[in-house]
Design a protein around this ligand. Structure first.
Ligand code: SF4
Length: 384
């Protein structure tokens, strides 16, 4: 039987403090029982592997929360357990998200020894005032030291910055980005600051504080970002992700190309094909409730829904148009057969091409940089 490729995501749900803009499934706890969490995540991998499907794991991604708060031994044990159940590709990309506090940066060598071969650092800004505004635990000096350690220890590393802070001028962003480019490896993630419901920033903004740039200001910074990163040879391969060709994050490409991925740990999502059916899976979100379900031998899934071909094609469009490489229409036909041709209205495609948001040629639909900047609105029109 041919093995089906899949990416494996492992969620560590704890952080030292909650950043005021963050709506991820991340929690602050006084004490974390590392042994209990290692055993629980191992047990969840066993559960995920219990569907009997033969899979090739092409990448593992430790995300969070803050996975650099995990014991390196736990990371090693989880990689080993994955390799026990599935065929772990010899060149599998194994990424760990790390925060740059000095304690966490001090663990990078241990993560490498445990099998991690790529790190992604949550740097977010290169000056202390901005870091304080963003509620981060690290200083700019610690960020620089962590980038330096990542460069020494890993062939592949990335770091994140957030732009669109209030008062951030195009000139200031240009200077910060130019500095980031002198520090970067082959990959950078550059996110716009947004106000997500259920965050402290959102509540403060509702009370009248200006916490993000207005739309025009953010659009100007987006354009600067595209131009500078193109010029530096790290074009956008996704809305917020830039890399030299070949240095893209293979794990995240699996999401956007709509390949299978398995999600393990509290709140983790998956798209998993079993016996020819693709299911959307979501594990229990609360760390304690997820642990409790494991202890009781109860189901750790909060939801498992078999996706119809129409639902799969819609998801494949939403994911694929994030990528600069575009969406091959053959991907939709592989899911929906002849029904793929009815999914997208040719007139709407023409409108979007005329307006400069979409390219459609050679069996590909490709959002332009302007289209990727307004992807939600464009998808709303395309899939209406
Ligand atoms: S460290 Fe990351 S995951 Fe944790 S609260 Fe901050 S932004 Fe969210």
């Amino acid at each position: 039987m041919t093995a089906r490729p899949a990416a494996l995501y492992i969620h560590w749900p704890f952080c030292l403090s909650k950043c005021p803009y963050c709506d991820f499934n991340s929690h602050v706890r006084d004490r974390i029982d590392q042994d209990r969490w290692r055993d629980a995540l191992l047990a969840d991998i066993d559960i995920a592997a219990g569907d009997g499907e033969n899979r090739d794991i092409t990448s593992i991604f430790f995300g969070g929360g803050t996975p650099s708060l995990m014991d390196a031994r736990t990371v090693g044990a989880l990689i080993e357990r994955a390799a026990l159940h599935w065929k772990l590709a010899h060149d599998a990309e194994i990424t760990l998200e790390a925060n740059p506090t000095s304690v966490e940066a001090g663990r990078l060598a241990d993560y490498r020894a445990a099998g991690v071969n790529r790190v992604s650092l949550g740097v977010q800004a290169l000056d202390d005032t901005a870091l304080r505004f963003l509620g981060r635990e690290h200083s700019a000096g610690e960020a620089l030291a962590a980038i330096d350690a990542a460069r020494r220890l890993f062939d592949r590393f990335s770091f994140d910055l957030i732009y669109g802070r209030p008062g951030q001028t195009p000139d200031a962003w240009q200077v910060e980005l130019a500095r980031a480019l002198t520090l970067a490896g082959d990959h950078l993630s550059l996110y716009q600051l947004t106000l997500e419901p259920r965050t402290a920033f959102y509540r403060r903004a509702q009370a009248g504080e200006a916490l993000i740039l207005d739309a025009d200001g953010t659009a100007a910074l987006y354009e600067i970002t595209q131009a500078m990163l193109d010029e530096a040879g790290l074009p956008a391969y996704e809305i917020s992700n830039h890399a030299r060709p070949g240095a893209e994050c293979r794990h995240n490409l699996a999401y956007w190309r709509y390949d299978d991925y398995i999600g393990v740990g509290p709140g983790a999502h998956g798209r998993v094909t079993t016996v020819g059916e693709k299911a959307a899976t979501r594990r229990i979100r609360s760390p304690e409730a997820w642990l409790d379900a494991l202890d009781r031998g109860a189901d750790v899934l909060a939801d498992r829904t078999i996706l119809t071909p129409d639902e799969q094609m819609t998801e494949a469009v939403m994911m694929g148009l994030r990528l600069a490489e575009g969406l091959p229409l053959s991907r939709l036909r592989a899911i929906g057969g002849a029904a793929a041709d009815g999914l997208i209205d040719a007139r709407r495609v023409e409108d979007l091409v005329e307006e400069g948001y979409l390219d459609a040629a050679d069996g590909l639909l490709r959002a332009t940089a302007a289209g990727r900047e307004r992807l939600d609105a464009m998808l709303g029109h395309l899939l209406a």
